[in-house]
Design a protein around this ligand. Structure first.
Ligand code: NAD
Length: 436
């Protein structure tokens, strides 16, 4: 099938590449000329494990193309995906200007029956708006389908190639048949394609992300309570997670959720609810708790250094919002860096993939280092913001020789408490005993 993907960011590039991988011919369209130029030259623009190999193979086999020209990109395409940004607007609702602009542009240039698919995360009712925009100028038949994306950055290729489920919102039998054929190679193991109406599909994505954000936030509150009552959140987590109704995943406490999806999607769902006069109280609480959780370790750092952080140096391990990605959108690291800088702390940062993206925002206000050990040299403490695997078993002996004082503030609970005690570290983590 000939497919166009409009918007070539994290979702668009993975979507385009993975559809090319099963034999479709895909053209990815983006207005960012620099990005498209790079992609046309065979240079990948994001870090996503496993993607580069597929990207290179499909370009070589002439199934994957890039352009800045929408009309050229959609020429002969039977299917057009919209993988465009839906950032929060001023009132917290999802800003649809990118989607609606492309929808308006598409109307006059469609030349045959086409299925236009919202892959972006969009509020209930967006498919109707997209349909109206296209219909205003279209001379041919078309269908608008809602097909929200559930991939996780860091394992996006795996998620796309073998999704837990595919959700498709459409009432059109014609579009349904095309969507079924398109996704058939990805659900061969029997995972379901769940068909529903467009509104339900749109809401499903927000419900999923908001539920996951709520689950993390609930565990963060349990962790905070553990600290006050002398319980251990790791034990509690194992105790509750083995209940199959609760499940083991998404129960790890930390310094709050971040990323390009959870914060904006929770906010947008709360706003959608309030638009129809429904006060979604849980979500308001989730947002409040998460806001505080992001900088929870800062109070501990201040107390440890007796309120005087001026002149201290902190090695900052991890900048991306989670491991295996270079994405730093809404990363808790950025909030902590800002808080520490405002206290006069010198920051020496290391991240395996995200340094270039952080440099664009934070610039030379902090130092950047190639290894976690280089970052630790001469530091008064280490702050761990992201659970990259390489931080899990560092050479503590080497580290002890580099640090000015053996203190770790761990926002991701990476280390065993008894081990830290044995090694003689002062160790603060989330929801667990302080080792001093
Ligand atoms: P992104 O910012 O990485 O990519 C969006 C791309 O769209 C950018 O490259 C931008 O230049 C391009 N663009 C903007 N206007 C355009 C136009 N008029 N024509 C062509 N291209 C245009 O965003 P993303 O992370 O890929 O997210 C896209 C959507 O998918 C959002 O709604 C997001 O909520 C949703 N989503 C994201 C993830 C994720 O993990 N990132 C997962 C599931 C769903």
């Amino acid at each position: 099938m000939k497919i166009a993907v409009v918007g070539t960011g994290y979702v668009g590039l993975v979507t385009g590449t993975c559809f090319a991988e099963t034999g479709n011919t895909v053209t990815c369209v983006d207005i960012d000329q620099e990005k498209v130029k790079k992609l046309q030259n065979g240079k990948i623009t994001i870090y996503e494990p496993g993607l580069e190999q597929l990207f290179e193979r499909n370009i070589k086999q002439e199934r994957l193309f890039f352009t800045t020209n929408l009309a050229e990109g959609i020429k002969d395409a039977k299917i057009i995906f919209l993988a465009l940004p839906t950032p929060p607007g001023e009132d917290g609702s999802a800003d649809l200007k990118y989607i609606l602009k492309v929808a308006s542009d598409l109307g006059p240039i469609l030349s045959d029956y086409t299925v236009i698919i919202d892959k972006s995360t969009v509020p209930v009712g967006t498919a109707d708006k997209v349909r109206d925009r296209i219909a205003a100028n279209a001379k041919v038949e078309f269908d608008v389908v809602s097909n929200p994306e559930f991939l996780r950055e860091g394992v996006a290729v795996e998620d796309f190639m073998k999704p837990d489920r595919v959700v498709i919102g459409t009432n059109s039998p014609r579009a349904r048949k095309i969507m079924e054929a398109l996704y058939a190679p990805y659900v061969r193991q029997g995972n379901p394609i769940i068909f529903m109406d467009e509104r339900s599909a749109e809401l499903t994505k927000y419900a999923a992300n908001s539920f996951l954000a709520t689950k993390i936030t609930f565990m963060n509150e349990i962790a905070n309570l553990c600290e006050l009552v002398g319980a251990d959140v790791d034990s509690v987590r194992r105790g509750v997670g083995t209940d199959s109704r609760i499940g083991k995943r998404f129960l790890f406490p930390g310094i709050g959720y971040g990323g390009s999806c959870f914060p904006k999607d929770v906010q947008a769902l709360a706003k959608s609810a309030s638009d129809v006069k429904y006060d979604f109280r849980i979500l308001n609480a989730v947002m409040d708790v998460n806001e505080d959780q992001k900088t929870r370790l800062i109070e501990r750092i201040k107390t440890h250094f007796k309120g005087n952080l001026k002149g201290k140096t902190i090695a900052f391990w991890g900048l991306s919002f989670k491991p295996h990605t270079d994405d730093i959108r809404e990363a808790p690291s950025l909030y902590n860096i800002e808080a520490l800088l405002s206290e006069g702390v010198t920051i020496r940062a290391h991240d395996p993939e995200a340094i270039e993206n952080v440099k664009r925002i934070v610039g030379d206000k902090i130092g950047y280092f190639d290894t976690p050990y280089d970052a630790a040299e001469g530091a008064d403490a280490i702050f761990i913001a992201t659970e990259w695997p390489e931080f899990r078993t560092p050479d503590f002996e080497k580290l002890s020789g580099l640090l000015k004082s053996k203190v770790i503030f761990d926002g991701r609970n990476l280390y065993d408490l008894s081990n830290m005690k044995e090694l003689g570290y002062t160790y603060f983590s989330i929801g667990r005993e302080v080792i001093n």
